[in-house]
Ligand binder design. Structure first.
Ligand code: KIV
Length: 279
C-alpha cells in the first residue's frame, strides 16, 4: 500500500481516533531506512546519540553540529515518518533567541518536521518563541537526561504528590505555550494516563505505561545493539550484538587462516594477459 508523509495533523488525528503513535529513535541512514520500511510513524534523532552511538557517558557532551549531521543522515533515509530533531544541552537554555536560531537549524539544514527539548514550566517562554517562528515543538518531562546532575541520577520522577503536581503543571504550561507533542520519560503510568486524557498534546511515553498516545524507544535497545544493560522501560525485541560479534570473529579467523577471500570474491584476469605482464 502506498504510504504518505505523516504530518503533525495526522498525529493529532491518531490521538483523536485512539490509534497509537509509534516512534523510534534513529541516528544514521540504515537505521532510518529500517524505520521507513517498517512503517514507523515518527522518527526521533535523540541526543541519546551520545550514549548509544558516540560512546559518551551521558547526553551532555552532544553538540548542535553532532545533531545536525545525524539528522541529515536520517532525513536521507526516510520519506514518510514525522522527523523530530532533539535539541542538545545548552542549545536552547542560554537564551530564547539562541533557542529559536538553533531550532531553525534543525528545519533549514536537516529537514526536520519538529524539534524536541527537555524541561517543564521553565521552558514555556522558549517553547512559545519557537512555535511563533513556525516550528512544531515536542516537549519532554519526567526523567530529563540533560539535567541528570540536578535530578541526582536516572530516577523515576513524579512518584510523590508534589512531584506529580509539578509534572501536571508543567504539562499545562507547555500546552499553553503551544507544544504539539510531549514525551513522558519514566513517570508513573497512572500519572501519564491522567495527563494524556486532559491535554491536547500528543503524549509519547517511555517508561510511562500503556495509556499514552504513543510510545518511543531507543533503536539500539530494541535491537540489543548496546553494551549497556537494557533499561527497565525498554524491551529488547532481538539480541543482535552477540550475532555481530560472532560474524566479526568469523571474519578475523577466516582472514588469518587464509579461508577468505575465495575465488568468488575476486576478479579474474585473462591468462594471456597474465602471461604478458612484465614484473
Ligand atoms: O534522546 C532520546 O533518545 C530521547 C528519548 C529517549 C525520548 O530523548
Amino acid at each position: 500500500m502506498q504510504r504518505k508523509k505523516i504530518t503533525i495533523s495526522d498525529l493529532y488525528q491518531m490521538k483523536a481516533s485512539g490509534e497509537k503513535v509509534t516512534m523510534l529513535t534513529a541516528y544514521d541512514y540504515p537505521g532510518a531506512v529500517a524505520c521507513e520500511r517498517a512503517g514507523v510513524d515518527s522518527v526521533l534523532v535523540g541526543d541519546s546519540l551520545g550514549n548509544v552511538v558516540l560512546g559518551m557517558d551521558s547526553t551532555v557532551p552532544v553538540t548542535m553540529d553532532d545533531m545536525i549531521r545525524h539528522c541529515q543522515a536520517v532525513r536521507r533515509g526516510i520519506a514518510n515518518p514525522f522527523l523530530i530533531g532533539d535539541m542538545p544541552f545548552l542549545s536552547y537554555q542560554v537564551s530564547v533567541a539562541e533557542a529559536v536560531r538553533n531550532a531553525g537549524r534543525f528545519m533549514q539544514e536537516a529537514g526536520c518536521d519538529c524539534v524536541k527539548l527537555e524541561g517543564g514550566s521553565e521552558m514555556a517562554d522558549t517553547v512559545a518563541a519557537i512555535v511563533r517562528a513556525g516550528i512544531p515543538v515536542c516537549a519532554h518531562i519526567g526523567l530529563t537526561p540533560q539535567s541528570v546532575a540536578m535530578l541526582g541520577g536516572y530516577k523515576v520522577q513524579g512518584k510523590d504528590l508534589a512531584g506529580a503536581q509539578k509534572l501536571i503543571d508543567s504539562a499545562k504550561a507547555l500546552e499553553q505555550a503551544g507544544a504539539s507533542m510531549i514525551v513522558f520519560e519514566c513517570i508513573p503510568s497512572a500519572l501519564a494516563a491522567a495527563i494524556t486524557k486532559s491535554t491536547t498534546m500528543i503524549t509519547i511515553g517511555i517508561g510511562a505505561g500503556p495509556d499514552c498516545d504513543g510510545q518511543v524507544l531507543v533503536y539500539h535497545d530494541i535491537l540489543g545493539l548496546t553494551t549497556r544493560k537494557t533499561p527497565k522501560m525498554a524491551k529488547q525485541f532481538i539480541n543482535l550484538l552477540p550475532q555481530i560479534e560472532q560474524a566479526v570473529d568469523d571474519y578475523v579467523r577466516e582472514v588469518k587462516a587464509g579461508a577468505f577471500p575465495e575465488d568468488q570474491h575476486g576478479f579474474a584476469m585473462d591468462k594471456s594477459v597474465v602471461a604478458k605482464l612484465k614484473i
